[in-house]
Design a protein around this ligand. Structure first.
Ligand code: ARG
Length: 465
């Protein structure tokens, strides 16, 4: 500001009274939106250059502004930036400080620009880096899953439905199931990155700018790939944040589901996996305990992130068109979601990298009941329609439960009494590794199919770099 009055805001012109303290407390956002400082400054420098290209500023004036802004950025980076009482948000704070550093010419920076198109631009600029950072963390976690999977292509374990042992599977197959969920999350993050990179700058407060600004050149100079088509939409659109929060919420849900599996499988009752001590905590009362805190935090944080998505959708619902101050509520959920994922993902990656399996325990958890489908398939191969085979095997299972012997211990006579189709070769079915190996169609749990799956995963990962 050219004539800084302490505590005065940038829009004080038509005002006699100062804003009430209670209003300032309610609506000032500098305490959290100062995180946008680098984006605000980069985009302001780009805007100064665009004004010069449009003949509104001289090249010297643009240089002065750019140098001054770089100075302000340094102050933020060194922690030397001192907020003034009138700084409402990051945009007013930067402009106020610029005025103190370069004088009256600072007042030309905002020509044709409004905080409405400015904040939308800054937030998109900031979100781009955030999306990229989160994506990189997800890829690292996927790499850890793939590395673990490589060790366990032949390791057998029970696969569950309804938390009841269902059919034997391989541990690699279980691990990779999460790899593909996350691959879709990365795809959604990529799509979000694309919609983020559209520049609203040059939309003014709502109606557009009367200055001959080359919006596309301006957009490209800030690293954006396109420009918004409608100024009213441009200043009110927060779809890009909703897209990020939705992608983040679904990602967090996937992480939470993995965490829940790992919590169960690492519990003493299952004992399938061991979570490294560095990712568990003890109990202050019960000396024997090892609690899977990192995993429980993953489950817990998913609720928080889903809440942010829901919160922003509710903020947007019912807003009349163009900018409304409610929109300032977009930033905290965005920032917190990014912070949460940036702390959660490395911890979960650590859990996955260091966890170990207990193949003997997993094998011991398999029982022949889990081969009942394989016995039905055996009958199908002998020409019995599947529905009928299902009924026959159901009777065999019942008989095995009643006589308290596993299916493989029923005699051939007993099998014949259930169905004449059974032959002595039925006993070959009672082999878990064989059951798994049969499921070798693409996407199945057979080691052969899982090896192919790992090749796909590997090539998917290499395409992300
Ligand atoms: N701090 C505001 C926000 O985040 C910036 C835009 C303010 N615009 C306005 N017309 N008051 O939304």
């Amino acid at each position: 500001m050219t004539d800084p009055q302490p505590g005065k805001t940038l829009w004080a012109g038509r005002y006699e009274a100062q804003a009430a303290d209670s209003l300032r407390k309610l609506s000032d956002s500098l305490s959290f939106d100062k995180r946008l400082y680098a984006s605000d400054i980069v985009c302001s420098i780009a805007y100064a250059r665009a004004l010069a290209r449009a003949g509104i500023l001289t090249p010297q004036e643009a240089d002065t502004l750019a140098n001054g802004l770089a100075e302000v950025q340094k102050e933020f980076e060194n922690g030397r930036f001192v907020p003034a009482p009138g700084d409402e948000d990051i945009h007013t704070a930067v402009e106020r400080r610029l005025g103190e550093l370069v004088g009256a010419v600072a007042g030309k920076l905002h020509t044709g620009r409004s905080r409405n198109d400015q904040v939308a631009t800054d937030t998109r600029h900031w979100q781009r880096r955030a999306v990229e950072a989160v994506t990189a963390h997800v890829l690292a976690l996927q790499q850890a899953l793939l590395n673990q999977a490589r060790q366990h292509v032949e390791t057998l374990m029970p696969g569950y439905t309804h938390v009841r042992a269902a059919q034997p599977i391989t541990a690699a197959h279980w691990l990779l199931s999460y790899f593909w969920m996350l691959a879709r999350d990365v795809k959604r993050l990529d799509a979000c990155r694309e919609s983020t990179l559209i520049s609203p700058l040059g939309s003014g407060a709502l109606a557009g700018t009367p200055y001959p600004i080359d919006r596309m050149a301006l957009a490209q100079s800030m690293g954006f790939t396109g420009i918004t088509e409608n100024s009213l939409d441009a200043v009110s659109d927060r779809d890009f944040i909703v897209e990020f929060l939705s992608a983040a919420a679904l990602l967090a849900v996937h992480l939470s589901r993995f965490a829940e599996d790992a919590i169960l499988y690492s519990s003493p009752q299952y004992g399938f996996i061991h979570i490294d001590e560095r990712f568990t905590t003890g109990s202050s009362l019960m000396p024997q305990k090892q609690n899977p805190d990192a995993l429980e935090m993953a489950r817990g944080k998913a609720g928080r992130i889903a809440g942010h998505l829901s919160g922003l959708l509710n903020t947007l619902k019912g807003l009349p068109s163009t900018y409304n101050k409610d929109l300032q509520e977009d930033k905290e959920p965005l920032f917190d979601t990014v912070d949460t994922l940036e702390t959660l993902l490395p911890a979960l990656t650590g859990v996955i990298e260091t966890m170990t399996f207990d193949p003997a325990k997993m094998l011991a958890a398999l029982d022949e009941g889990m081969l009942a489908t394989d016995v039905a398939d055996y009958l199908v191969n002998k020409g019995v329609p599947f529905r009928e085979a299902h009924g026959i095997v159901g009777r065999a299972v019942r008989h095995s439960l009643e006589t308290n012997r596993p299916l493989s211990k029923l005699t051939l006579d007993e099998y014949h009494a259930i169905s004449p189709v059974f032959d002595s070769d039925v006993y070959a079915v009672f082999d878990f590794a064989r059951s798994v190996a049969r499921r070798k169609a693409p996407g199945g749990t057979a080691p052969e199919a899982v090896r192919e799956q790992m090749r796909q995963a590997e090539s998917w990962l290499s395409r992300q770099k």
